[in-house]
Ligand binder design. Structure first.
Ligand code: ATP
Ligand code: MG
Length: 593
């Protein structure tokens, strides 16, 4: 019962939507900008090299999926370029205290799950910014020797104050004119552990009155006596992002370094560092270039690692992989497929303008993917007993239904109809409202309603039982023996209601977790809002349901359409054959308003 592959790839996945980044790459390819580069062993380098550079300080979320699909997707789609294309996996692990191996492993898992890898011509391109610490240090010394960097001994507060702001120019540090020799000696002492945290920093010597604050002598190294998850205690000075990132890109021969819009102001610094290192003979043209795109903002979700961590730490959700979380582990557990995430990313496209994408776009991508390949099943979520009084208690009538309505070749599900069945509680009403075509009892001299038990018989409601409190505990009906689905006589019966059902004898008990959106506000953290105020208190509901017998061996992570309800997945973690657990992935229609 393995999940069926969609025979025709979705048209959205093969459609290579053009975007401004593709136009830039096309123009670079046309000019042969990166066509003559060789690696250190003299082998030609791919004409397109991108990278995905997560900081391993949290779990990836749906926003990262956009960046992953973009960067790895470009490498996939430009495989035809001269010498091919690739996307490197790079852990941006320069910050010693926050990074953990657990996060590295989860990131690798998530990107692989989305269907990407970083193997090009048999070579794995998994890198760590911390692998470059030696080179970064060496290049910093070169900049010091070239009088392009200096050691500043002001306090953090002074540095902050003297940087100025949008209206006020910065002021030079009293240490700005130290000689290269003095700077070099101090920097080496910083490295050797002679000074406590915060005593000195290394800054680039650019321009304290530059209109772009980012260029006012940015700090590129600071002292941190901290353990690093990969380099241990080797270092007590650590490079900062703006220095590390561009150099890592250049060392990896990245051609197009794609990041989100908030780095737009840092682009001149990216270029400055690489140009300066070109001047001192470290790098040569063509240097990598940074391009910015708009980050994904998804309604009813948050995409900040810090806030997601808070939800986990304060136990407002059941962990990083809670099916309500927008993390990739959460989305996976919810039942999203990698194909649906890639489809979503294709549909939302890439632009330079910030915008909000509605959650319904993500949900629709999943529906479109699963409709074509999820097997169907009968599951009664809120069971109410139906007793067919004129049915022989010892008889079981074999019935069957296609696994998928458009794929008879997938085979059929078999189940039996018997005297006692489970139906949905809300498929019965004592006093039907207008337009209710399901089960209701005889009243005012009129017969009870007739409905078809799908793939079974037509029945007519004859009455119901209640308990002492008046709650309906069973519905009674009679069936018409000549009305069985699939027989010619069945056409004589015209009914408006069609119910799914599970026989009491063979129904399998299961826990069903019905999830709703985690927030009630489409923009839970915009402006001054506290996202915790917008948590949907009813976002998780547990139901005790009955499954049709064909679901007996459903493996964890298999997805189904429970007819008339929506798409459900056997929970990755908790589901077993003896204790089945299914999660609601998404309803059949977008009913959320
Ligand atoms: P956070 O702000 O939550 O800490 P981050 O952007 O710092 O997230 P990184 O690990 O640095 O997280 O992100 C890795 C890559 O994913 C970066 O290139 C970043 O631009 C991209 N990315 C992160 N969030 C989004 C998003 N919402 N939409 C698109 N790309 C994103
Ligand atoms: Mg970041």
């Amino acid at each position: 019962m393995s999940e069926k592959k969609n025979p025709i790839p979705s048209k959205f996945e093969t459609l290579e939507v053009s975007n401004f980044l593709r136009q830039i790459i096309d123009a670079d390819l046309a000019q042969g900008k990166h066509s003559k580069r060789l690696d250190s062993s003299g082998k030609p380098l791919p004409s397109v090299i991108t990278r995905f550079p997560p900081e391993p300080n949290g779990y990836l979320h749906i926003g990262h999926a956009k960046s992953i699909c973009l960067n790895f997707g470009l490498a996939r789609d430009y495989a035809h370029a001269l010498n091919g294309a690739r996307c490197n996996m790079r852990f941006d692990d320069t910050n010693p205290s926050k990074e953990e191996t657990e996060y590295v492993d989860s990131i690798i898992d998530a990107v692989r799950w989305l269907g990407f890898d970083w193997i090009h011509e048999g070579v794995e391109h998994q890198h760590y910014a911390s692998d470059y610490f030696d080179q970064l240090y060496e290049f910093a010394e070169k900049l010091i020797e070239g009088n392009k960097a200096y050691v500043d001994s002001q306090s953090a507060d002074e540095i902050h104050k003297n940087r100025g702001n949008f209206t006020q120019l910065g002021t030079n540090s009293p240490f700005r004119n130290r000689s290269p020799e003095e700077n070099l000696a101090l920097f080496r002492e910083m490295k050797s552990g002679k000074y406590p945290d915060g005593a000195h920093v290394l800054r680039l010597k650019i321009d304290m009155s530059h209109p772009n604050i980012v260029l006012r002598d940015p700090v590129v190294y600071r002292i941190r006596h901290a353990h690093h998850h990969r380099t241990g205690d080797k270092w007590c000075i650590y490079p900062l992002y703006d220095f590390t990132h561009c150099i890592s890109d250049a060392l990896e021969n990245i051609t197009h370094s794609i990041c989100t819009l908030e780095f737009e102001n840092n682009r001149p610094l990216y270029d400055w560092v690489l140009e300066a290192l070109k001047e001192v003979g470290v790098f040569k043209d063509p240097l990598p270039k940074q391009y910015e795109f708009a980050r994904l903002n998804l309604t009813y979700a948050i995409t900040s690692k810090r806030k997601l961590l808070q939800l986990v730490e304060e136990k407002r959700v059941d962990g990083w992989d809670d099916p309500r979380m927008p993390t990739l582990v959460g989305i996976r557990r919810r039942g999203f497929t990698p194909e649906s995430i890639r489809l979503f990313c294709e549909r939302i496209g890439v632009s330079k303008a910030d915008s909000w994408i509605d959650m319904s776009v993500l949900e629709q991508a999943l529906r479109d993917d699963l409709d074509a390949r999820a097997e169907r099943a009968f599951v009664v979520l809120k069971p109410l007993k139906l007793i067919i009084d004129n049915f022989d208690a010892n008889h079981s009538e074999p019935c069957s239904a296609p696994k998928h309505p458009h794929h008879e070749d997938w085979g059929r599900r078999e189940f039996n109809l018997s005297k006692e069945l489970w139906i949905e509680e809300d498929d019965f009403m004592i006093e039907p409202v207008k337009g209710f075509f399901r089960l209701y009892p005889p009243a005012n001299g009129e017969a009870g309603s007739r409905v078809r038990l799908r793939h079974g018989f037509v029945i007519e409601c004859t009455g119901y039982d209640t308990d002492a409190s008046g709650k309906v505990i069973a519905v009674h009906a009679n069936y018409f023996p000549d009305s069985k689905s699939g027989t010619p006589e069945s056409n004589n019966y015209k009914v408006k209601g069609n119910l799914h059902w599970v026989s009491v004898k063979e129904g399998i008990k299961a826990e069903i977790r019905v999830y709703d959106r985690l927030f009630t506000d489409p923009h839970p953290d915009s402006g001054d809002k506290n996202f915790l105020d917008a948590i949907n208190q009813d976002s998780k509901q547990i139901l005790n349901a009955y499954l049709e017998p064909s679901l007996k061996d459903a493996p964890a992570e298999q997805r189904f359409q429970f007819e008339r309800h929506g798409y459900f997945v056997a929970d990755r973690i908790d589901h077993t054959a003896s204790k089945p657990v299914f999660n609601l992935c998404v309803g059949l229609k977008d009913t959320w308003k």
